[in-house]
Every structure is written in structure tokens, then in C-alpha cells.
Design a protein around this ligand. Sequence first.
Ligand code: SF4
Length: 307
Amino acid sequence: MKGIEIDDVRVTFRLPKLDIWAVDGVSAIFAGGRVTGLIGESGCGKSVLGLALLGLLPPYARVEGQMRLDGEALTPAKSRAMLGTRIGLIPQNPAESLNPARTVAAHLREALLPMKLSRRESDARARRLLADFGFDDPAPILRAYPHELSGGMQQRVLCAIGSACSPAWMLADEPTKGLDRDLRDQVRQTLGAMKSRGVSSMLVITHDLPLARGLCDGLAVMYAGQILEMGEDVLASPLHPYTRAFLDALPENGFQAMNGIAPRAGERGLGCPFAPRCARAMPKCHRNRPPAYAPKDGRRVRCFLYE
Ligand code: SF4
């Protein structure tokens, strides 16, 4: 099938004195031709899952389970080989993701290497890419060093770099993290423009709900290393108690604080990971891990309330 399939993926960081798990048995399908948002609080495992897909975790990370792209099994080496050609990456923090000692032209030329273009073709494509991302006059941008560009311009350059070889998939990792409000708005517009230009298979890892709401066709909600809810209209009609509590805690919903605290990295009980904080927890929630139920079309919810 077209898409990213993840089957019972676990990621554990093997430290000198203990193992710390970060992703705890995630199974999901991110369909091709759609923009899926992977949302959740900091530390829930969403960026680790994204890095596992790209084969970019450090050597002390153990990845178990199966991952496939368009039916082809992924290994870390294979994912890294696909990076830039079949999977594009829009990293977080534009200022730190660009090499301060290299011009935009040098970044784009390197990104275009897999296409094996002549210098003239490569330069022409670099200009076209910048024009696609809203630079009306690409020539001075190509000559510029990253520090000569605003944050919004840097992010658009990163989108151009990520799209250089027209990858079938794009993974955006917290594209608005740490940005001020104006910059966040610019990034939202840039990603929206990317979607309207045909980059339609995207996985957007974010805790920025306005971005997710405006851009994504479907959402997966992560908590404590697991996807607890997944579907199309999750924000409009959340079903999982965690999703509801997460949305209630937003400023626009009145900052209703969630009970308790999220489990620390490495803490894992037998049952539902949200049970210690859930107002509707039943005895079995503390003993058994809920499987994914399908209470309505296209929705998957890991909660015994939907048994
Ligand atoms: Fe709450 Fe139980 Fe559902 Fe977990 S499985 S969210 S504890 S009701």
C-alpha cells in the first residue's frame, strides 16, 4: 500500500545503568496523499518516532518492530539512503539547521546532488525552488548566508532544501517549535502552500494545534510513547479521555489543568498509561493495556470505554 506503516514499534535508549523506553508499541498507518499530524506534549515520543522512521536515532537507541514505506521494509540504513530523495525532512529550529558558513546556493546544490544535474540545471532548479517558496527574486537569496535571512526566510529555505529532489514524503519535525508568533504564522502559510503545490504525503510532528488544525487531514495523538487516538476529526470530536483533557488544557478552552503528571521517561505500568490521571479509570485500566477500538468510521481509540 501507499503510505507509511508502523507495526508495534518500540524505541529504547540503552544507557550505562538503565534502559529508557521512548516509544512503546506504536502501530499506525499514515496514508499516502494525506497530511497526518502527530501531536502530543513534549517528551511523549513523537519526535523519537519520527527520527526512527528516518534512521537518525543515535547508535545507543534500540528500535524494534516493523516500518514500511509504500510497502518496502525500512531499516535505519535504508531510511538514511532515502532521505532527501524519497523522504524529505523539514527540521525544527531553522537557525540551527543551516550551516552558518555556507550560502543558500551551496545548501541547495548539495541537496540536489542525488539528481545528478549539470551545474547549470542545478542552479536553475535552485532558483525555481526558491521561487516556489515565495522568493520573488531568488538571486540575492542564493548568495546569502543564513544569518543574513530572517527566521521566516530561513524556514522557507529549509522547505526548498527538503523539497529539492521532489520526495514522495515529507516529514516536518516540530516546524514551529521555539518560533515567535509571526514566524509561526509564516511557517503555517509555507506548509499550507507546500500542500497546495502537491506535496500531499506529509507527516507533521507538532504540539502546535493551530498548525495541525489548519494543515492536517488526520491526526494521531501520542502520550507516554503510545498513540492513544487516531482519526480525521479528532480535534472536533475527541473521544479518548487524554485527548479531551489535552484540549481542555488549551488557553482557548480555559486552561483546565489536567490531573496529575505525565509518566517520566522510562516509567511504564501494566495498564493504560493515562490511568493514574484519568477520571473515568476502572480497575482493569490499571491492570491491562487497552487495545485499539474503532468506535466510529476511521477512528482508532485505545481506551476500554469503547470496548
Ligand atoms: Fe481512562 Fe481506562 Fe480509558 Fe485509560 S482505558 S483512558 S484509564 S477509561
